[in-house]
Ligand binder design. Structure first.
Ligand SMILES: *[C@@H]1O[C@H](CO)[C@@H](O)[C@H](O)[C@H]1NC(C)=O
Ligand SMILES: *[C@@H]1O[C@H](CO)[C@@H](O)[C@H](O)[C@H]1NC(C)=O
Ligand SMILES: *[C@@H]1O[C@H](CO)[C@@H](O)[C@H](O)[C@H]1NC(C)=O
Length: 798
């Protein structure tokens, strides 16, 4: 259906308004009226240098200025611009010398707007026409040679040379034609003679200058009369008047008048319009008696602002003359500006930089001059402004950073006011949504989290929950929790705790042991689901609290049933002498490790007492000869936990002054060991003890010298460096159980040498792992002497 027009019929101009923005260009096409719909008048893509392939993606479309019709269409595949409908220049532009239809080509992304001027050229599609087919005239035979008779002009809707160019009169005996710029007149060349010819028919032809030419004719019927000398004469050849548009009906615009020198009927002048178009005839009327031209219809400056009327004055017998009346309408401010939203990017992403064009606005005011000058502005305080572009176009431009999380929708009211008086204004509201960008990381509600849990918790129990907020939209604001990989005591953190990805609830994966560690930290990450995702981290500290799950462990003496150790108590011991000490520890802490000592059974209940918290065994009275040499105590050690746990041990005391009596130990011992083994053992013990004692004395000597402030020491006292002790002891503070200095700087009694080495050996034994009992066979015990620092049995305190 693309009918190409021969070259030459269509001309085009491309004017780029370089001074403004290059996206606004103006292109003109010139073509004739009455072309078939679909006739191609040019290729807009080529003329504007647009990429044909992007036309459809950029929603190229033809728009019209204001709400006028669309006269052309663009083919999105080829870029061809073609006529949308048959255009009739005469009905579109009337008598205007040039007929320009303004259309716009709108492209989006980025927004571009090009002006298309369609020059519709006239073709000679109208013939000259006379208002009537027949003109009747009555002329007296007495009329002199040279008398002129005005004739009505013909009208041709075409313009320029397609309009009426000339007239011709059919050849006849009496009249010739005289034409000048303003009128057409018949001139009497030969006098009439009513007696020879009473009626004459003349054919007047009007011809236009088109090619092919067309013409119109009127028959002039002349009746030759006896008298009537004078035709009416208008006071002016041309009348000019102006009237405001929208003038009320019956407003007199102008009064024409003509006089006729004759008397009676021959001097009675009546008025009428000559040729008037149908539409003009609905706007003005002429009073046939008075010659007053009045407004009878609505006048609209914007539709038509000048009128050219021909008026005729006729006397009673049919002589007439013609005059022209030009009526100009004056503009009133009767049109408010109209705001058209030509294009809008909606929604706009919140990260657009300030100065981004989001829309194009066109403002039109149909009034002219100052009445049509429009000022355009935005009423609210929004981060957008209007930037004037070409003519009455404005770009809607962002002025600041947008933040969807603060304002997600804008209702922008654009107002336009003209400069008429009074001014008219209008407004239009533009809804603009802001689209989300993942610009907010999740934020934890707290800076850090702490969870408290008792040891021996059930695996799977809830520790605490973390929560983070992300104000972004949908998946950009959906928070997912996860554990950051890390290590706790050398094991992956995931073997300790887990986090629920959706809820942020943190669960214990295993049971915790306070004695292994008291707290640990894990890092939890909150991540949103955007792409790329944003995240933030938080530290969760898990504090494990102690439960009384460890019984006291007796370091000295060895637990009941496993001991052949015997304390020597000098016979001369007085009441209150320290004879031995029960040493116990508890792996728990605090109250759970606060130990108390009680004698639960003894051979002679009145002889020995034990310090409730010190564990020191003292004589209650002087030893007497009558006291049994072998004394046996069963001591119970209890912690202060809820419920409390306890342990018991037996202590064998030998009231004797020398080691010679030791063999009797054999009798005291519950063991069935043979005496030989016992003797070896004792010899070994004594030698180790002696060696150790020497060592200790050297250390003490060094300490003593260093302090220069001698401490009162018992003979043979033993200090045990606290570094040898299992870690839990060192932590016990003075308020809880025995403090380490008290425990391990304990001094043993004078002459109690066997105690010394027994103390040491039992101490070494108890560097075993805390959960192992101290129950050992004799052979184990022997080995302990051989390699007391055997690492397989010694627990690394770290
Ligand atoms: C936008 O603002 C205009 C004028 O303030 C108001 O009439 C209109 O209802 C508003 N529209 C919305 C969706 O808020
Ligand atoms: C999330 O943000 C990205 C850019 O960061 C954006 O492209 C996407 O449309 C957003 N999603 C939603 C649901 O708004
Ligand atoms: C969170 O920790 C991970 C792993 O250490 C790291 O990659 C990420 O950058 C951290 N995020 C923030 C917000 O610090």
């Amino acid at each position: 259906n693309n009918m190409h027009v021969p070259l030459g019929l269509v001309t085009r101009f491309v004017v780029c308004l370089l001074a403004l923005q290059s996206v606004y260009a103006e292109v003109s096409y010139s073509f004739q009226e009455e072309m078939k719909p679909g006739t191609v008048i040019g290729n807009i893509a080529k003329d504007l240098g647009l990429d044909i392939n992007t036309l459809s993606a950029r929603k190229a479309r033809i728009d019209s200025e204001g709400n006028n019709e669309r006269f052309c269409v663009v083919n999105l595949n080829t870029g061809d611009l073609s006529v949308a409908e048959k255009l009739d220049r005469e009905s579109l532009c009337g008598t205007k010398p040039s007929c320009i239809l303004v259309q716009e080509l709108v492209l989006e992304n980025p927004l571009e707007l090009h002006r298309i001027n369609l020059h519709v050229q006239d073709i000679n599609d109208n013939s000259p026409q006379f208002k009537r087919d027949l003109i009747r005239m009555e002329i007296r035979e007495s009329a002199e040679k040279g008398t002129r008779f005005s004739m009505e002009e013909a009208h041709d809707a075409d313009i320029g040379k397609n309009s009426v160019q000339t007239y011709s009169l059919q050849k006849n005996d009496n009249f010739i034609l005289m034409i000048d710029a303003t009128k057409v007149e018949l001139v009497l060349e030969n006098k009439l003679d009513r007696e020879t010819k009473q009626e004459i028919n003349l054919l007047l032809t009007a011809v236009d200058g088109g090619s092919p030419q067309s013409s119109g004719t009127v028959m002039i019927h002349v009746t030759v009369l006896d008298a009537n000398d004078n035709a009416p004469v208008f006071s002016q050849n041309v009348y000019k008047a102006s009237v405001p548009e929208n003038a009320p009906v019956n407003t007199v615009v102008v009064t024409v008048s003509a006089t006729d020198a004759d008397e009676g009927v021959n001097g009675d002048v009546t008025y009428d319009f000559g040729h008037v178009s149908e539409t003009d005839g609905k706007v003005f009327s002429i009073d046939s008696k008075t010659g007053e031209i009045r407004v009878i219809g609505s006048t609209d400056f914007e539709k038509k602002n000048t009128f050219e009327l021909r008026v005729m004055a006729k006397d009673g017998l049919g002589l007439s003359s013609y005059a022209k009346v030009y009526i100009d309408l004056t503009d009133e401010n009767d049109n408010a500006p109209v705001i058209y939203l030509k294009s809008l990017t909606n929604p706009i992403p919140e990260n657009v930089s300030p100065g981004t064009e989001v829309g194009i606005i066109n403002v039109q005011d149909r009034d002219s001059e100052t009445n049509g000058q429009v000022r355009c502005f935005i009423q609210q305080n929004v981060p957008f402004k209007l930037v004037p572009s070409i003519k009455n176009y404005y770009s809607l431009v962002s002025t600041g950073q947008l933040d969807r999380e603060v304002v997600s929708d804008y209702n922008i009211t654009i107002s336009a006011t003209d400069e008429g008086s009074p001014p008219l204004s209008s407004s239009k509201s533009v809804q603009l949504s802001v689209a989300d960008i993942n610009d907010n990381p999740p934020v934890f509600e707290e800076q850090s989290y702490s969870a408290y849990v008792s040891e021996n918790n059930k695996p799977g129990s809830t520790l605490c929950s973390v929560s983070a907020r992300d104000p972004d939209w949908r998946q950009n604001g959906t928070v997912i929790y996860s554990l950051l990989s890390g290590e706790v005591n050398g094991a992956p953190v995931s073997s300790y705790v887990s986090v629920n990805g959706d809820t942020g609830v943190i669960h214990a994966v295993r049971s915790f042991d306070y004695e292994q560690f008291r707290s640990f930290k894990v890092q939890v990450m909150a991540r949103d689901n955007g792409s790329p995702p944003l995240s933030s981290n938080v530290t969760v500290s898990v504090f494990i609290s102690d439960v009384n799950d460890n019984s006291p462990q007796i370091l000295y003496p060895a637990p009941e049933g496993n001991s052949f150790m015997t304390e020597l108590v000098p016979k001369a011991a007085h009441g209150g002498s320290l004879v031995s000490k029960v040493i116990a520890v508890d792996a728990d802490s605090g109250q759970n490790a606060w130990l108390s000592y009680h004698i639960v059974k003894s051979t002679d209940p009145g002889l020995f007492s034990i310090g409730v918290h010190s564990g020191e065994i003292r004589t209650q009275r002087d030893i007497s000869e009558s006291d049994s040499m072998k004394q046996n105590l069963i001591v119970s050690v209890k912690d202060n936990g809820q419920p409390s746990l306890s342990a018991t041990c037996s202590m064998y005391l030998l009231i004797s002054d020398n080691l010679a009596e030791v063999p009797e130990l054999k009798e005291m011992s519950n063991y069935e060991n043979n005496s030989k083994l016992t003797s070896y053992l004792i010899i070994a013990l004594v030698s180790v003890s002696t060696f150790f004692l020497t060592f200790i004395i050297i250390i003490l000597g060094v300490r003593f010298c260093r302090r220069r402030k001698p401490r009162l020491l018992f003979d043979g006292a033993v200090a045990i460096p606290s570094a040898y002790l299992p870690p839990n002891y060192a932590d016990v503070d003075g308020t809880g159980t025995l403090c380490s200095t008290y425990n391990y700087d304990a001094y043993l009694t004078t002459g109690s040498r066997t105690s010394d080495f027994k103390f040491v050996t039992s101490y070494n034994d108890n560097t075993l792992p805390a959960d192992q009992t101290l129950r050992k066979s004799t052979t184990d015990f022997l080995e302990a002497f051989g390699d007391s620092d055997d690492s397989s049995q010694v627990r690394n305190p770290e």
